[in-house]
Ligand binder design. Structure first.
Ligand SMILES: [Mg+2]
Length: 306
């Protein structure tokens, strides 16, 4: 196999790479679909990989869907997938609090109904989702009522994020031993036609700035997401491939965990960006250089069909 990085994956190299792995991790948006549109050929690739005996998992930083919601979306698009193959940050956050932190107490949740659902599924109570209101005139911000059972502040994507929530998160984090966990640090969610919306990273940074504390994040590029699935399914990292469209999250996760990495060009990042990281000579940026790249994951099809 080629020793140089950022190699175009084509010809006999495809089969060679696939033979060298037992497990393949896929990011979702920009890799197997774009929004609600499946990438042409993606479902065949996933289904054939599984037919060839590969373990396939989906790792996504999106915290607005439960595992079940993902599995349903994928099934509707023709992917052969079960919910225990999906590792989203809503689920991983709950798993982290349960298995690593061994949290005893409630969560003050800045997040979505999906996060509430995944927390409840592992038996963790939370303060609820939706707009947070305080009453009183003038409002005594430093003395808003707090729930004495809250032992953790968790931040994910929340379209009801507000000063009230920011302040309440701060008041909890000022308390001794309050845990602070975030789903992910993606600052911007790119959309079609050059459009974009603010990502969870913006909300998390606001809370971190107020609290003067760093949150522990569970999403890519943090290794927890991989640890979580490796522990459940006995994955051997040397024989595992991470496929993604973002250098700073997907490819970085693969590098952080010692996996082989494949960049697909149907999403956010470009080969030119990867080459810039490679040529920078900066050690930290080498983690954002993939081993291989393809135009689309459909480029894997011929090797799987043959
Ligand atoms: Mg993506």
């Amino acid at each position: 196999m080629s020793g140089s990085k950022c190699t175009r994956l084509a010809g006999p190299l495809v089969k060679q790479l696939l033979e060298s792995v037992d497990t393949v991790l896929f990011d979702c948006d920009g890799v197997i679909w774009r929004g609600d549109q499946a990438i042409p050929g993606a479902s065949q690739v996933i289904n054939l990989l599984k037919e060839r005996g590969k373990k396939v998992f989906f790792v996504t930083n999106n915290s607005t869907k439960t595992r079940k919601m993902y599995a349903e979306k994928m099934s509707a698009m023709g992917f052969n997938v079960t919910e225990n193959e999906v590792f989203g940050t809503a689920y991983c956050c709950a798993a982290y609090l349960k298995t690593i932190c061994k949290l005893e107490g409630k969560v003050y949740l800045v997040g979505s109904p999906a996060m509430r659902h995944e927390l409840e599924a592992v038996g963790i109570q939370q303060t609820g989702v939706g707009p947070d209101h305080v009453s009183g005139k003038p409002i005594d911000w430093a003395n808003v009522p707090l729930d004495p059972d809250v032992k953790a502040v968790v931040v994910g994507f929340d379209e009801h994020f507000s000063y009230t929530k920011l302040n309440r998160a701060l008041q909890y984090l000022l308390q001794k031993d309050c845990l602070f966990v975030g789903t992910n640090r993606d600052t911007r969610l790119p959309l079609e036609g050059g459009k974009a919306v603010p990502g969870t990273g913006c909300l998390l940074q606001a809370v971190e700035t107020a609290a003067q504390r760093q949150a522990q994040t569970v999403g890519k590029p943090n290794h927890f997401m991989f640890d979580c699935l490796a522990a459940q399914f006995g994955v051997e990292r040397e024989r595992c491939l991470m496929v993604g469209d973002r250098l700073d999250t997907d490819i970085m996760l693969g590098s952080n965990c010692g996996l082989k990495t494949l960049l697909t060009l149907t999403g956010v990042s470009t080969v030119a960006e990867a080459q810039k990281h490679q040529e920078s000579g900066c050690a930290e940026r080498q983690g954002m250089v993939p081993d291989y790249y393809v135009e689309s994951i459909a480029d894997l099809l011929p090797a799987l069909q043959g």
